[in-house]
Design a protein around this ligand. Structure first.
Ligand code: ZN
Length: 297
């Protein structure tokens, strides 16, 4: 298991220019001991950021060169994703959104990312939840992106979501996630398990992780108080998730991907001068959690 951390660690108010933001984040994470970084492309495709502009490939290559200089790799990363209600809204500029997903896939390929995390369209906006409709739509919608990712040599991992409104959202359970991933009939599609989303969705995490088994390719590790809709992204042990059975189960299924901390809230409110101190603590905490699985990197 390899300890990694999301690249989204700097505050939106930070003075670092958009094109330099990822490089600065990588320097801070590497300085705190992280050798793997979970690139969040969602930030970098926004207007004003490098991946929204023509020639974005040069920026991606500069990121790759910085990573090589620092000794940083990207085994798993996060694609641009539709916000929950947007995911089935046909009135928005779908072409522009879809292009952001394609750029995430192409950037992942340029940077040697093995697994790119996606959110399924969740059908939260529908008045009544219809599993068959959601399944059919997602299998259809994602196929061209999965074909593109396969041509580029990148795997796609669908992440577990959680109910944000009054009814279920597609892919909030391990069973639906497995069914979707297996529906594409290729080993290049797998699952990302988000511990915080699972807690909010009331999942039995050890049982779910056991069920996912070898389909598990990525993790998002963070905590919360297991209350509906409150996806707090807390530092592990600061919420109410019971960590030891989860850590034990990751080892039990032979999980050998990234143990990736997704806790931007721990650093983003801080002045940059002390961001590194928090990252060093998170690195020590992550290493201790991996040590407890018995599968040290
Ligand atoms: Zn996540």
């Amino acid at each position: 298991m390899f300890l990694s951390i999301t690249s989204d660690i700097l505050s939106d108010q930070d003075a670092v220019l958009p094109e330099k933001r990822l490089i600065r984040a990588m320097e801070l994470c590497r300085g705190a001991g992280f050798r793997y970084i979970d690139l969040n492309f969602a930030t970098h495709v926004q207007p004003g950021f490098p991946m929204a502009a023509p020639g974005w490939e040069r920026w991606a290559d500069a990121v790759g060169e910085t990573a090589a200089r620092l000794g940083v790799s990207f085994r798993q990363s996060h694609s641009f994703v539709y916000r929950t209600r947007e995911s089935t809204d046909m009135t928005i500029d779908r072409a522009r959104y879809d292009e952001r997903i394609r750029r995430s896939i192409r950037a992942a390929a340029r940077l040697g990312v093995e697994w790119l995390v996606m959110h399924a369209a969740d059908f939260d906006a529908d008045p009544d939840y219809d599993f068959d409709k959601a399944r059919r739509y997602n299998l259809n919608y994602w196929q061209p992106f999965i074909d593109l990712a396969a041509r580029e040599g990148v795997g796609i991992a669908f992440e577990n979501l959680f109910a944000s409104g009054c009814h279920r959202r597609y892919c909030s359970t391990a069973e639906e996630l497995i069914d979707l991933a297996e529906g594409f009939r290729t080993p290049l599609v797998g699952v990302c398990w988000d511990t915080g989303h699972a807690a909010v969705a009331g999942q039995n995490q050890p049982a779910a992780i056991r069920l996912i088994g070898s389909l598990l390719k990525c993790t998002h590790i963070h905590d919360n108080h297991c209350r509906p809709k409150e996806d707090e992204h807390l530092i592990p042990y600061y919420g109410s998730i019971d960590w030891p059975p989860i850590l034990k189960t990751l080892a039990e299924i032979g999980y050998a991907g990234n143990f990736s901390l997704e806790i931007k809230q721990a650093t983003r409110p801080l002045p940059e001068a002390v961001c590194g101190d928090m990252l060093r603590f998170l690195n020590a905490l992550g290493r201790e959690m991996i040590r407890q699985t018995g599968k040290e990197q």
